[in-house]
Design a protein. Structure first.
Length: 66
């Protein structure tokens, strides 16, 4: 007997905008990115989350807000 569970995570960028401040690593501009995350189990969507992520436009590092 073999059971196969198919789980998938899909991310979609909703929008980008300039955020205040500068990157602490290179001094570049910071972008705020709105991302929608959709979890699927056996090709059926069961969870939607919307998150805001920050990253540098020059060095492409992901920044954390504390």
């Amino acid at each position: 007997m073999c059971l196969v569970f198919v789980c998938d995570e899909e991310e979609r960028v909703l929008g980008r905008q300039q955020a205040p401040g500068a990157c602490p690593y290179c001094g570049g501009m910071v972008q705020a990115i709105d991302v929608e995350i959709q979890w699927r189990f056996c090709f059926l969507p069961f969870c939607f989350k919307t998150k805001r992520r920050y990253c540098c436009s020059m060095c492409s590092r992901r920044l954390k807000v504390v």
